[in-house]
Write a protein that binds this ligand. Structure first.
Ligand SMILES: Cc1cc2nc3c(=O)[nH]c(=O)nc-3n(C[C@H](O)[C@H](O)[C@H](O)COP(=O)(O)OP(=O)(O)OC[C@H]3O[C@@H](n4cnc5c(N)ncnc54)[C@H](O)[C@@H]3O)c2cc1C
Length: 496
């Protein structure tokens, strides 16, 4: 690792020593994201203002110091992990939110938490819909840089659909504005959309203008149970084909539901409500045992009659397809129906102390083959493959659970994910729908893109960042992360 101490000394002299943290706890805290791969940076920089960022980027270019921009560090692809050390540019403390209710706009700084933006909008009866499950602790800067999706994406779209304007710095340190606080804007190249989803490789976002919409006042929630994973997915396709636009359509396979039931200590549906000979056991494709596959469905709106009509269509669909279902229009009651979805991610750690968590996308025709393939991977690797996700847009979170202390299991998990990615591309899908490529998915980029496509993307990167300062090695470098001798961090909730 190059020695950045002289550059760091110059940075401290330029912007103030108190903005440049070199103590070990600060550096460690900024060394990893939710991928849990940890690489120690030389310093963590907390800028006071734009001038500090400009100075940092100028020095980074002069001394060739890698710069990794960081929000909350909740990203899953290692994009905020400083693989080559250097400086972490921490922006989580830039949290300003200003709502322009008359114009239905939010002016935000990148460190504003997504949930706080939604709450600030709600106080004006406005709605900022993108809702990643990490909404309470992820930042809007991270959301924009990964084009984050969420539970309501099928009806309301993803982060990109709400960003009207961005301000920030090119990697070379020049200040730029892309887009504007306007509903229409086609001046020049659409650089705003190029920055969105670029995972901190093309610029530093310092401000964003977000579009807000009227808040839907009512919602109706259904929890539906199916005999098998395939039955649940076929029902999801049937619902979408009936042109109902659910705001939420979350799928949980039987392996996932079994974990949630075990962790919660009670079944999602009492066995008396389910025919015992026709629901899965959480282990295979649907033998007896009492564990259903589940779809959580929500419709929303502001007109009671319109919502009642939508709810009736979902009810008819549930009667036709589901083995059992529950429903409510009451917000507090709905929280109980959401319990299985909220607990499932952590509950999976009952199946292993580590997981590979992918966020692939498949078209409707790929739903059944995908879930069958997860079980094939399970059979081939001997590792559990619980799967859940956003069935309305084909964005499924497939997991391979393993024991981090068992080298053979680690290898089999990596092999399983490679097979999975190959299958996803074969099904006409995408290797990531919302987490991004980062470093963890860079080995699969060439499955998705042709050499010409990658060359075009790299040409843009080189043009905007000639010294390869911002997040070098993210996305394009086929990174064998382990060669960089990372520490794999264990977080308290990984243990069970
Ligand atoms: C439990 C859990 C659930 C999750 N659920 C979802 C989900 O439903 N949908 C979803 O999309 N994601 C989800 N995620 C992933 C993660 O929360 C998102 O990727 C989120 O957008 C990351 O935000 P962050 O502030 O943590 O960014 P970080 O992890 O700090 O950074 C992510 C990327 O953004 C870049 N970046 C951050 N700030 C800036 C900036 N100001 N300028 C330029 N680049 C910047 C970083 O360099 C990095 O490339 C989940 C994560 C967890 C742990």
């Amino acid at each position: 690792m190059p020695d950045f101490s002289e550059a760091t000394r110059q940075l401290a002299a330029a912007i103030g020593a108190e903005q440049v943290r070199t103590d070990e706890p600060s550096r460690f805290a900024a060394s990893f994201d939710n991928s849990r791969f940890s690489f120690m940076p030389a310093a963590v920089v907390l800028p006071r203002d734009e001038a500090d960022i400009a100075a940092l980027l100028r020095l980074a270019n002069k001394h060739r110091v890698p710069v990794t921009v960081r929000g909350a560090g909740s990203g899953c692809a290692g994009a905020a992990a400083p693989l080559r050390g250097g400086w972490v540019l921490q922006l989580a403390h830039w949290t300003d939110i200003e709502i322009d209710a008359a114009a239905s706009l939010a002016h935000v700084r990148p460190g504003a938490l997504t949930g706080d933006i939604a709450d600030a909008a709600a106080a004006h009866a406005l709605f900022y819909p993108p809702d990643p499950s990490s909404v309470k602790y992820c930042t809007i800067g991270g959301n924009i840089a990964t084009n984050a999706g969420g539970l309501r994406a099928a009806k309301y779209g993803v982060c990109r659909d709400y960003v009207l304007g961005l301000e920030g710095f090119l990697p070379t340190g020049e200040f730029v504005r892309w887009g504007a606080p306007l509903r229409k804007y086609v001046s020049g190249y659409n650089m705003k959309d190029l920055w969105i989803g670029s995972e901190g490789t093309l610029g530093v976002i310092t401000k964003a203008v977000l579009k807000l919409i009227p808040r839907p006042l009512l919602r109706h929630t259904f929890l539906t149970a199916f005999a098998t994973d395939e039955a649940a997915l076929a029902a999801a396709v049937a619902l979408l084909s009936a042109h109902v636009a659910p705001s939420v359509l979350e799928f949980l396979d039987t392996q996932t539901v079994a974990c949630a039931e075990q962790r919660n200590g009670f079944p999602v549906f009492p066995k008396t409500e389910l025919a015992a000979d026709s629901v899965g056991d959480g282990n295979d494709d649907g033998a007896a045992g009492g564990v259903p596959a589940v779809l959580l469905v929500e419709v929303d709106g502001s007109h009671p009659d319109a919502l009642a009509a939508d709810a009736e269509r979902v009810r008819e669909w549930a009667r036709r397809h589901a083995r059992a279902f529950r429903e409510t229009a009451d917000v507090a009651e709905a929280e109980k129906l959401w319990n299985v979805r909220r607990t499932c991610s952590q509950a999976m750690f009952l199946l292993g102390n580590a997981k590979l968590n992918e966020d692939i996308v498949v078209p409707l025709s790929g739903y059944a083959p995908l879930i069958q393939f997860t079980r094939e991977i399970k059979a081939r690797t001997g590792l559990a493959t619980p799967t859940f996700g956003h069935a309305a847009d084909g964005n499924f979170h497939i997991h391979i659970m393993y024991d981090r202390d068992d080298a053979a299991q680690c290898r089999r998990a990596e092999e399983g994910i490679l097979l999975m990615m190959q299958k996803v591309v074969e099904l006409g899908g995408a290797i990531t729908g919302e987490h991004g490529i980062g470093i963890t998915k860079s080995p699969f980029l060439r499955l998705q893109h042709t050499p010409a496509e990658i060359a075009a993307m790299l040409a843009i990167k080189r043009a905007l960042d000639p010294n390869n300062i911002l997040a070098p090695d993210q996305i394009f470098e086929v990174t064998n992360v382990w060669e960089h001798r990372p520490v794999k961090v264990t977080l308290p909730w990984d243990k069970h």
